[in-house]
Design a protein around this ligand. Structure first.
Ligand code: BES
Ligand code: ZN
Ligand code: ZN
Length: 520
């Protein structure tokens, strides 16, 4: 669906031979050289630029030159129309900070390229950046492609030139790093960035542009292009299985629900990790309707589903072999048609547990509960991770800067927190416990779907989910604050961030079995 045609590849001639729109050299703060084997001419240029005192290589600093207008010696003439020096900032001791510096520089380059309407851009990789070549290429590629993201599916271009605001072709020059390593990092970065941009596209789509059926169709499409296996449970199948949560939420909608299943199984002996993502393609609140101001934002209530479906796609494309992964996306709208769920109604979830509906706007937990119970029974996973734009309360607590993490397993929480820190998507753990769980005791059913007050809203929502995971190690990521308007960065604009995709892939790629970890 991702509607951009952007490519990235290795450039194997000398940088000065590049005759495109923009030649870019990332530069470390106060380091005299370009930091790569970019050639004498570029180093000389940089030296002259530094002498002006206008550019030190500080974070986000840029300096643009037009080599055609400068009197450089013949023979070493740079063919590119423009040269951009861009600051990496001071080299940091922390490896995660350096990874982020490269992504940020990638985002800055994409922005600058957009400002001069460059279509072909070559970036020379910094050589001595204290990360291995694979990671340098990967992080920079992520930043470039994520920063280059635009969504203009519904905009009629006013003039031809309006359509040219993004780069069409990026090249990386290895700059003295091993070409094979750079190629590997570039490829992995590309797979990740494309997955994130696809998740952003899904989120940007309005409720009438991305429906439950679109999730099902997309899953079928990628299963044809990759090794993923796809199954979709339709309404009749869910009725047979007794999935009263998804069916209940769906009652007010004219569109049928879908439970989308994708499986990545490279090796029978692998542990299985189950991913579950909330695919609520529009949340009006149902009978307990949300206020109209800002209701349009509730098209992004499917970001958990988008993250999970694009993450498993990236896992398959990257050929991650050490884990089996199953993704479940319960998809429906939450509307208030005449058959809609009402406060006081009691539903029966998959597996038999009953729930009293206190608030029809607390629908995410209802659809996730069926998917969690079903996925755990069928796939017997070693761990379950669910992602959901579940509560407004997480925005009150953590703002738009940390994803809320709730888990019944310290090792799993740690692996996710580390993965999040590596990719620049920080997680913050919140507690669970009987004192919160008590808030969803019901007088008439096994549980109720909302507490009687709003206190600890993110935690009581997670307590609801916990009822359906039993002893299985489980982590819940509440991305309501980070899926949209996440901490603004050069490579993350306002709007949908695609958060969770890179965290999940990093976590799965370096998965340490929870069972062996326990034995230690
Ligand atoms: N989709 C919302 C949560 C949400 C709020 C996501 C703001 C993104 C931004 C969820 O379905 C919801 O409405 N939750 C209620 C739960 C309450 C009724 C117990 C909430 O957070 O207010
Ligand atoms: Zn809701
Ligand atoms: Zn919702």
């Amino acid at each position: 669906m991702h509607n951009q045609v952007v490519t990235i590849q290795l450039f194997d001639k000398e940088p000065y031979a590049f005759s495109g729109d923009l030649l870019v050299c990332p530069v470390e703060e106060d380091v005299p050289q370009v930091g790569s084997d970019a050639g004498a001419t570029l180093n000389k240029m940089l030296q002259q630029v530094r002498e002006t005192g206008d550019f030190k290589g500080g974070k986000d600093q840029v300096f643009l030159l037009y080599p055609g207008l400068t009197g450089l010696e013949k023979g070493s003439a740079i063919q590119a129309k423009r040269v951009l020096f861009v600051g990496l900032g001071k080299q940091d001791d922390l490896i995660n900070v350096r990874r982020e510096q490269l992504r940020l520089v990638g985002g800055t380059i994409a922005k600058q390229a957009g400002a001069v309407k460059a279509r072909e851009v070559l970036v020379v990789l910094p050589k001595d950046f204290l990360l291995d070549a694979v990671e340098i290429a990967q992080c920079l590629t992520e930043g470039l492609l994520l920063g280059n993201y635009r969504f203009d599916l519904y905009k009629n271009p006013k003039e031809e030139k309006d359509t040219l605001t993004r780069v069409e072709q990026f090249y990386l020059h290895a700059g003295g790093l091993a070409a094979s390593a750079v190629r590997k990092g570039l490829e992995h970065g590309r797979i990740l960035a494309e997955a994130v941009c696809t998740a952003r596209d899904m989120a940007n789509q309005p409720g009438n542009g991305w429906t439950p059926a679109d999730f099902a169709e997309y899953a079928k499409k990628i299963s044809k292009k990759t090794s993923l296996k796809c199954k979709v449970l339709d309404k009749a199948a869910m009725q047979k299985l007794g999935m009263g949560g998804i069916l209940g939420v769906n009652q007010g909608s004219a569109l049928p629900p879908h439970l989308v299943i994708l499986e990545h199984r490279p090796n029978k002996k692998n542990p299985t990790i189950l991913l579950v993502g909330k695919g609520l393609t529009f949340d009006s609140g149902g009978i307990c309707t949300k206020p109209p101001a800002g209701m349009e934002d509730m098209k992004y209530d499917m970001c958990g589903g988008a993250a999970v479906i694009t993450a498993i796609q990236a896992v398959a494309e990257a050929g991650i072999e050490g884990v089996n992964v199953v993704a479940l996306i319960p998809a429906t709208e939450n509307l208030s048609g005449s058959a809609a769920l009402k406060p006081g109604d009691i539903i029966r979830h998959y597996g038999g547990k009953t729930s009293e509906i206190i608030n029809t706007d607390a629908e995410g937990r209802l659809i996730l509960a069926d998917a969690l119970a079903y996925g755990i029974e069928v796939y017997k996973p070693e761990a379950v991770i669910d992602l959901a734009t579940l509560t407004g309360a997480v925005i009150i607590g953590l703002g738009h800067h940390y994803t809320g993490l709730l888990s019944n397993n310290d090792q799993l929480a740690l692996q996710l927190t580390e993965a999040g820190a590596q990719v620049g998507e920080p997680l913050w753990r919140l507690p669970l416990g009987p004192e919160y769980r008590k808030q969803i005791d019901s007088r008439v059913a096994d549980i109720k779907n909302a507490g009687s007050d709003r206190s600890g809203g993110t935690i009581t929502a997670a307590c609801y989910l916990q009822e359906f995971v039993g002893e299985t190690p489980w982590a819940h990521l509440d991305i309501a604050g980070t899926a949209w308007d996440f901490t603004e960065k050069t490579y993350i604009p306002k709007g949908p961030s695609g958060t969770g995709v890179r965290t999940l892939v990093a976590c799965l790629r370096q998965w340490k079995s929870l069972k062996t970890a326990e034995k230690k």
